[in-house]
Design a protein. Structure first.
Lengths: 398, 379, 398, 379
């Protein structure tokens, strides 16, 4: 057991660190006080360029095979990269769904043609990907999705609707799950398509959230024609393929979340040190100290649990119990953190950006509201607990 | 002992619920979000006609002369409707301050107007220091030339931008304790040197303002009650307004529970209504426990405010501590159990969620009030 | 709305108060520091006499009809009695299962003969009652009970086993639920018997608990003959009758629990005032203050919710949502209270009675351990939440 | 980075689990509940033969020379078996104190004996004031006549009644801070004036004693290290023992989770195994989250203790704060999900429940360690 980096890992870290020092966009870092949850919608163009610069520097697709544009490194380097980006408060990677989900899934299930066609443009951010899974009546119960794809010669014709599609406004491609056999049992009649978002019949309607922002979208399909060769992993095999994507998502989230939580916590401690409570600095208040210390502990625990999971991956084993707890723990801790950020502000918590009285330009108000979705998006906490209960602990299905 | 509402109170509840369903549906609330005033003259006039703007003022001042328990019923229904507008600021904060500390002529003039919907008065006591105790009041009032000159900044002032006058808490002396040396002044909103800025708030149904006073001159008649003794009446106003706020919060929490229960009955996942899963069912039960306790402790406080005045600070703090936590938890559970739909702007949940958050920190959060309880029970 | 007592109620309160002042056994009150949870097993004889004295003074069976030995008063007087007993730290009423459950059920369902025979001896504590519901494989799912009663002439012959039977060692009678029709649907083949605990074939085995104490018992029936006239409410109608008993239990618990919680809280505050934490009085510690204040608030909330329910009863209405939450809330609050009692003691929390170093003679250690059963006995918290979800909120069954 | 156990460590775990299943089943644990010694000589000798009594001591002192991460594995398994006896007090508290502060000859003599199972040494530092900081130490040691005279009372001393010697923390000077002026003395249990009383404890698997010293005379050689500088080594011992305790707690928590999961699979209510209900399933999932995080933070602390010593206080406090809460919650959930059976003496759960409670408050509870974390991260 050794928590330290190896010499090679250290040198990779130094490489990242040096590059970030040189290349970090100041106009961004000056805004990021309360974590990386700046509304992304405002910044698509900027983030596209930022990813391109990361890519050119060799920092995108670290774990991907070299033949598909990656660097063939381990998850450890990926971990280091994310950690350094976090410490430097670097902007996030825009095409994260492509890099973390679409790319690996295509590499795992794609034809040789598909593997040559899509992955490189994902890394360079030439083509942005979104995920077409959830539907208005298929949330937690994903397999009950209703979007239909009907064979018509060399094409499939897609009709239906997706929802909670983040980044759809900017996306070029979608990982689409659609029903191709309505008579089969619900998990067996689904196909995974690579759908061109610029196809006729695709329309995107931004979905306004409680933040006021429209990060998510509804996507409607009206007789959208998808060429046969855009099926990934075989007709009616989409559930299997889609689940793989979700596994990658969980892995990727695990990396990202640890780092995001640490940034938010550092920002919160900073806020507390600047805040007065009953006339004294808030960090002198014993109750505030308890709450901040607990957040610190919980954030560290999350990191070490992640390190145990990564170690298993690095050793070529499948992560076990320690990997399944991350999402739940992160939600719980992050939502609590954001609640405490409000509490620290007292009546100031009401002030949104647009007044000089707002603390940190009102960014906390955005991150607080945004955090409410944490326990719903990417698998609700309830579903995660079912998964742990059934798959990890082996309890019977309900 | 009879710890329930009277028939008249149940009738008031039924009337109010129907009124707000008709006059204050969420479409109306949403219109008011971006409306700077946060209310329409028409709606305000209707409240006046119902007698609700003067519900708890004596009849001599144009009021209906009902008690705090009656008000509780009405506030619950207003909370259920996330009613926008300056009811809280004008009827409770400004109005109660006048009732507690105003001279006979001030009361006569202003409470009558408030009751009739002809004027609004708010209370300006909180400042950038964000405190809820007497030390909060640092705005200076200097005596001289037959009056006072007020200078300083008030923050988080409810609806100052639409008020006709403000009750301003100011420091007239630096006494031995922060409680000594506070005075209250009734200042017209259009006084020279008084500037009001509307602030952008998370809960857009409740408007907050910054109020800057630069050498604002008021006559001696503006002083409410005796000089330097303003803290006691102010504290009483705040305790009473806190109880009313708790009632409003209870109404909102009950509404969230109702919405969530209804949704859990019809939303299907894995072939069954989600409400049949214990993960949802037990959390809904937790919500009910919180809502019922919140009501109980609020009703008690409302009764105390009228009947056992010495116990009012303790009862108010117990209620605010409990209800602040309860409404936050219920609102969070409501969003969670609705899943994605609860996170959308078009669903009404967020109106309640934001009101819950705003109310949680108004007049002190649960931690503040627990410490106050600890003091009042002599820990 | 008026929280005050009426003049009549005040005078009743004064009557109780005066009597208690005169009659309170000092040998008991000097022991009771941490609430009324003194192990009862040690004190059956004493408690029997105590109840008799209460009865002779007219304080037992306040709400019962006069014709069955009661005083025909309202729940309000019952409430006042319990509150005054609590404030005075009076010993508990031993035959509480008889008074709160068996008696009212017999009065509701019994034949005229049964109504004359049993209730008076319950009040005077001449005959102590226990409850024979739970079985090893029928806990939360009570209706799946397996104890059999087979008709044999003028008798039923009972075989089987009950468990968690408190006070069985001292009991003269049991409210027994047994299966009389094994072929009927499980709720429909159960009969409610009044079982003489002195019958041949009844054996009681104390069940040692984690407290070390044996408050509960297992009761075994081997060919126990119960006369036909000891059926209550008709053969195969036992589920209906048993549920009634449980309703009375809930009502009675509601009264008792409020008072017990207040005693425990007062004791805890007393302990905190005598305890040092980091060299200073514990009640000066801001974190301890938060915890104690919250307990205070929660205890008060419980009381007022109870008052709302009682008001409905007094008005002749059925209590609604406000009555269903009590048990859950009490468990949660009381267990937290006991946890805090341990926390305040720090390392002293380990010391049981038998050393001078033990705080309050180690009684807290008993009450702490005993409190773990709160959320299981009398309907688990999980079952209570199901009941609230389904019966109060109208959510569908699982 | 490689944040997992080595193959050798996994083997140690397998060996230990098998050993405790055979040698320390719950029947054995139960026999020891009322046994004053809390252990049999036979069992103790077997531990010595496994090399576990000297696991982390250098080979020069008869030990095996393994590290703290190895110890963590063993402690987890001991916790899983709620192993009774003075392992914690002798190998960790007394032994580590000797290792940190003992003279070469003290170490040579006593660590060799401890490793061989030939002697036991405990640590007497806590007092009736129930503190965990340096101010805890008030027992007086007065210098004179070529030695010291010790007078005072130590409380909550682990296994003093079966120890051959005690490391006693005493105050030799009243310095500027409580940390200055503490000295450690190695005192034989049979020293004149030293009296030990076994205390009745809730967790009967772990024996605690009162130790009274009345003018106990010890020679200058009894002093461990330099006079007045005993707090630093003592604090290091306590931090390390705290981490070991956390590992033991993790093992117990995992065992409760295992027992609960198994029970939830077979216990049927309303026609289905209770583990199929979300009320049970989700709570079991919560238990898993707590157990896994508890392990992670403990493993990190164990690694830090050997490799990043400066970080040890922070890592130890983070672990103790987390694990104290986690074990309490897991133990409570275990009892709840077992229903009535979990409340019986004959079920093993209560052995773990009481160990969890005892461990929660040993060396400071979660609140204490959170405050210490706050200090160490410069809040």
């Amino acid at each position: 057991m050794d928590f330290r980096l190896t010499r090679e890992q250290e040198s990779f870290r130094d490489e990242v660190r040096a590059w970030l020092r040189q290349n970090l966009p100041k106009e961004w870092t000056s805004r990021v006080i309360s974590g990386p949850d700046v509304p992304r919608v405002e910044a698509y163009k900027f983030l596209r360029e930022w990813q391109k610069r990361l890519f050119d520097a060799g920092f995108i697709g670290l774990t991907w095979p070299k033949e598909y544009g990656g660097r063939g490194l381990t998850f450890m380097e990926e971990f280091i990269l994310h950690e350094e980006m976090a410490l430097a408060k670097a902007p996030p990677v825009l095409n994260i769904l492509g890099i973390a989900m679409a790319g690996p899934t295509i590499i795992a299930y794609g034809t040789e043609e598909q593997k040559k066609r899509y992955p490189p443009k994902i890394l360079s951010c030439e083509e942005i990907w979104c995920q077409g899974y959830s539907e208005p009546n298929a949330g937690s119960d994903l397999a009950s999705l209703q979007t239909r794809a009907v064979r018509d010669g060399d094409h499939f014709v897609v009709n239906g609707q997706k929802v909670w599609t983040s980044i759809a406004q900017a996306a070029d491609w979608m990982m689409l799950l659609a029903r191709t056999d309505p008579d089969a049992p619900k998990h067996k009649g689904i196909t995974y398509f690579l759908l061109d978002m610029h196809s006729p019949g695709v329309s995107v309607r931004p979905l306004r959230q409680i933040t006021g922002d429209a990060e998510f979208n509804e996507v409607f399909f009206e007789n959208v024609r998808v060429p046969r060769e855009n099926v990934l992993g075989g007709v009616n095999n989409g559930w299997q393929v889609g689940i793989t994507t979700l596994m990658y998502e969980r892995l990727a989230l695990g990396f990202g979340l640890q780092v995001r939580l640490r940034i938010a916590l550092d920002a919160l401690v900073g806020l507390a040190k600047r805040t007065k409570k009953n006339g004294d600095v808030a960090t002198r208040d014993p109750i505030v100290r308890q709450k901040l210390a607990q957040l610190w502990i919980d954030t560290e625990a999350f990191k070490y649990t992640g390190a145990r999971a990564i170690t298993k991956l690095l050793r070529g084993e499948m992560p076990g119990a320690e990997a399944s707890t991350g999402k739940i723990w992160w939600c719980e801790t992050h939502q609590r953190l954001q609640d405490i950020a409000m509490e620290l502000q007292g009546p100031y918590h009401q002030l949104m950006g647009g007044t000089d009285w707002a603390l940190d330009q009102g960014l906390w108000q955005y991150t607080f509201l945004r955090s409410r979705a944490n326990s719903v998006e990417g698998g609700t906490t309830e579903i995660q607990k079912n998964i742990i209960g059934e798959r990890v602990l082996g309890l019977p299905k309900g | 002992m009879d710890f329930g509402f009277s028939q008249e109170q149940e009738m008031l509840r039924a009337t109010a619920r129907k009124f707000f369903e008709n006059e204050c549906p969420s479409t109306f609330v949403r219109q008011m979000l971006d409306d700077p005033a946060g209310v329409t003259p028409d709606f305000w006039q209707k409240l006046a006609e119902q007698g609700w703007l003067g519900l708890i003022y004596p009849e001599a001042y144009g009021g209906v002369g009902l008690g705090f328990v009656d008000l509780t019923v009405l506030m619950e229904e207003m909370g259920r409707a996330v009613m926008p507008g300056p009811y809280f600021s004008s009827v409770l904060l400004g109005g109660l301050a006048l009732l507690e500390a105003g001279s006979e002529s001030q009361k006569k003039e202003w409470l009558t107007k408030i009751s009739a919907g002809a004027a609004k008065v708010t209370l300006a006591w909180t400042e950038p220091n964000a405190r809820w105790d007497a030390a909060a009041v640092t705005l200076q009032a200097r005596e001289g030339r037959g009056g006072f000159a007020l200078s300083g900044t008030k923050l988080f002032v409810h609806d100052a931008h639409t008020a006709d006058a403000l009750v301003v808490a100011a420091r007239t002396a630096n006494g031995a304790s922060p409680e000594a040396g506070v005075s209250l002044f009734l200042v017209p909103r259009d006084a020279r040197g008084l500037e009001v800025k509307l602030l952008p708030t998370m809960d857009q149904t409740r408007k907050l303002c910054e109020v800057t006073l630069k050498d604002v001159q008021v006559g001696a008649a503006a002083l409410m009650g005796e000089k330097n003794t303003g803290w006691q009446p102010l504290a009483r106003v705040v305790d009473r307004a806190t109880v009313a706020l708790c009632a409003e919060m209870c109404g909102g929490a009950q509404k969230i529970l109702d919405m969530t229960t209804e949704y859990a009955k019809i939303r299907v996942a894995f072939g069954k209504p989600i409400g049949s899963y214990q993960g949802v069912k037990h959390r809904a039960a937790d919500m009910l426990v919180d809502v019922e306790n919140a009501k109980s402790i609020t009703y008690y406080a409302a009764w105390v405010v009228d009947e056992q005045v010495a116990q009012a600070p303790l009862a108010a703090s117990m209620a605010k501590a409990y209800v602040s936590d309860a409404y936050r938890k219920v609102a969070a559970a409501g969003i969670q159990l609705h899943g994605g739909i609860g996170f959308t702007w078009e669903h009404d949940l967020h109106l309640y969620f934001k009101r819950a958050k705003g109310s949680e920190f108004t007049f002190g959060d649960a931690t503040y009030h627990r410490e106050r309880v600890a003091q009042l029970i002599n820990l």
